[in-house]
Design a protein around this ligand. Structure first.
Ligand SMILES: NC(=O)c1ccc[n+]([C@@H]2O[C@H](COP(=O)([O-])OP(=O)(O)OC[C@H]3O[C@@H](n4cnc5c(N)ncnc54)[C@H](OP(=O)(O)O)[C@@H]3O)[C@@H](O)[C@H]2O)c1
Length: 266
């Protein structure tokens, strides 16, 4: 743990989207353990309340809960207003909320695929841009949860892979722009992780057979974020996988991914 980590714990407030379960809930537990104050956002109030109870049993301060549907554009204003009302200033933003859908773009519901863009791309961008002045002023940090999917085009999950490619590209570019302000931006790129993701994506249970526990992903994310790493890929096999586009033709990769995704569909 370096000096920067210590200087950014007790006094910094972290906003985590999609904190009601999976990777987001474990990120909340990790940040709380390191002494950060928390603002937790998701739609499921009962899950957020239970997590806030669990965290406040050992942390000094109970997390602020904000129930919001982030696929709705209005939700950004609501979140900022609730933070202002509670006199909370965000210095670390974790854009984690997101979902995927497995299947051919032509077969999947068009509106649901657009909703994926709304959540995975538009809301992530809007929240980042709206919170940037505070994050710059407090020399904070941003972590955007992308995916190993960000490194490839993904037939049979086309919109999801493309949405995560946006998250990776946006995060990397922003990290260069914000370096003079001493704000670090990290893209967390997990591989298959045990969470509610697979059920929501319409994948079979076999898809999670070798999944990484979400706490391991969260720990790697926290460590990488605090070390100012631009791209964080948890796990050796995932790291190797993320490098394949440098050596393997895209057409081969897409054929392999197509086969893998087609098998995963429940
Ligand atoms: N699991 C994997 O294999 C994997 C791999 C790579 C990347 N990822 C990425 O990791 C991130 C977290 O996913 P996860 O695996 O932890 O899945 P998860 O268990 O399904 O968690 C998703 C979180 O996002 C929230 N969410 C979903 N839709 C929302 C909405 N409209 N408004 C507000 N919150 C919403 C959910 O809360 P509510 O339902 O309560 O709103 C939940 O807290 C996602 O960006 C995902 O793409 C996951």
């Amino acid at each position: 743990m370096n000096a920067d980590i210590h200087s950014q714990t007790a006094q910094s407030t972290v906003l985590i989207t999609g904190a009601s379960g999976g990777i987001g809930a474990d990120l909340a537990r990790v940040f709380a353990r390191h002494g950060h104050r928390l603002v937790l956002v998701a739609r499921s109030q009962h899950l957020l309340d239970a997590l806030a109870d669990e965290i406040s049993a050992s942390a000094q301060q109970r997390p602020l809960i904000i129930v919001a549907d982030l696929a709705q554009p209005q939700s950004i204003d609501d979140i900022l207003e609730k933070c202002a009302q509670a006199n909370v200033r965000i210095s670390i933003l974790v854009n984690n909320a997101g979902f995927g859908l497995t299947g051919l773009a032509v077969d999947l519901d068009a509106n649901e695929q657009i909703e994926m863009i709304d959540l995975n791309v538009r809301t992530l961008t809007a929240l980042t841009l709206r919170l940037l002045p505070d994050i710059i002023q407090t020399r904070g940090r941003i972590m955007n949860v992308a995916s190993i999917a960000a490194f490839f085009p993904g037939p049979a999950m086309a919109v999801y892979y493309a949405s995560k490619a946006f998250v990776l590209s946006f995060s990397q570019a922003l990290s260069v722009e914000l370096r003079p302000h001493r704000v670090s931006v990290s893209a967390l790129c997990p591989g298959v992780t045990a969470s509610g993701f697979q059920l929501r994506a319409g994948m079979s249970l076999a898809a999670v057979a070798n999944a990484m526990p979400s706490m391991i992903v969260a720990e790697a994310g926290y460590k990488g974020l605090m070390a100012g790493k631009r791209v964080i890929v948890p796990g050796f096999a995932n790291k190797v996988f993320s490098l394949l586009p440098r050596f393997v033709p895209t057409s081969w990769l897409m054929a392999a991914i197509y086969r893998i995704q087609a098998k995963r569909k429940s």
